[in-house]
Design a protein around this ligand. Structure first.
Ligand SMILES: Nc1ncnc2c1ncn2[C@@H]1O[C@H](COP(=O)(O)OP(=O)(O)OP(=O)(O)O)[C@@H](O)[C@H]1O
Ligand SMILES: [Mg+2]
Length: 234
């Protein structure tokens, strides 16, 4: 039996009076890459925010290592071992590459990730270590955002729109490191606009539509047409 690391249970969440998630049940197993797909506004980011404490929910709606963590503070959830690579990277742009990475390592769990290891994953960051965030390309910023998340030595890493707005060559570079991250023992949820790409790297996927799960399983179980229908609701 796979070991369930992270799970949501009838997860409902939203913003004030606006409900964005209507009872999401999903699991992430150890060693797994789970693709989370769905059209704009489906609730993918809200799901990641609920899991990381940025959007509130009831404590029993999210479990990590079997423990209820729903509604806990973001810093506490981060320390438990869940790291988010947020949409839009959100670096400290006045700080250098290295300073941004070091911030990611504050309160880190013990584990394999270190500055040196991040630099061997993304050699361009080693060259740019003294550069400020403002001097980086979008792809380099995304590498810093991923490195910063890894510096916490998380058990789970959540990528929100990992390749959005990046050039194809850069996307290839970013995807090339994904197996290395997973091999280091980190499990991942991957939110991605490019459905084919997401499904090609994922063990399982969940498709969301208007705050609910419309399809879930292994990519090989469904035809492209079935996935498209679940995506657009046609
Ligand atoms: N801060 C917010 N305040 C109010 N409503 C919000 C907020 N953020 C998102 N929403 C709404 O919640 C719903 C789900 O949004 P969410 O950002 O989770 O979707 P998404 O699947 O990540 O979409 P996208 O692909 O555009 O990133 C949408 O209807 C959106 O308009
Ligand atoms: Mg989003």
């Amino acid at each position: 039996m796979p070991e369930v690391l992270l799970s949501t249970h009838d997860l409902k969440a939203g913003y004030g009076d606006f409900q964005a998630l209507f009872g999401i049940d999903l699991t992430l197993n150890r060693g797994e890459v789970l693709a989370l797909i769905g059209a704009n506004g489906a609730g993918k980011s809200t799901l990641l925010k609920a899991v990381t404490g940025l959007v509130s929910c009831r404590s029993d709606m999210v479990r990590f290592h079997g423990k209820e963590i729903g509604g806990q503070r973001p810093d506490r959830i981060a320390r438990e071992g869940i790291a988010l690579v947020p949409e839009g990277r959100r670096l400290f742009r006045s700080l250098t590459v290295e300073e941004n990475l070091i911030i990611g390592g504050e309160h880190a769990k013990s584990g394999a990730w270190s500055l040196e290891r991040i630099y061997s994953l993304f050699s361009i960051l080693a060259e740019r270590r003294k550069n400020p965030g403002t001097a980086l390309s979008g792809g380099q910023q995304q590498m810093v955002a991923i490195g910063r998340a890894l510096m916490a030595n998380p058990d789970v890493i959540l990528f929100d729109e990992i390749s959005l707005g990046l050039a194809p060559v850069v996307i290839k570079d970013i995807y090339a490191v994904l197996p290395k991250i997973v091999d280091s023992g980190v499990s991942a949820i991957l939110v991605e606009q490019d459905v084919s790409r997401a499904l090609s790297v994922a063990h399982r996927f969940v498709c969301m539509q208007e705050g609910k799960i419309s399809l879930a399983g292994q990519p090989s179980q469904f035809s492209r047409a079935e996935v498209t229908a679940a995506y657009f609701g046609t």
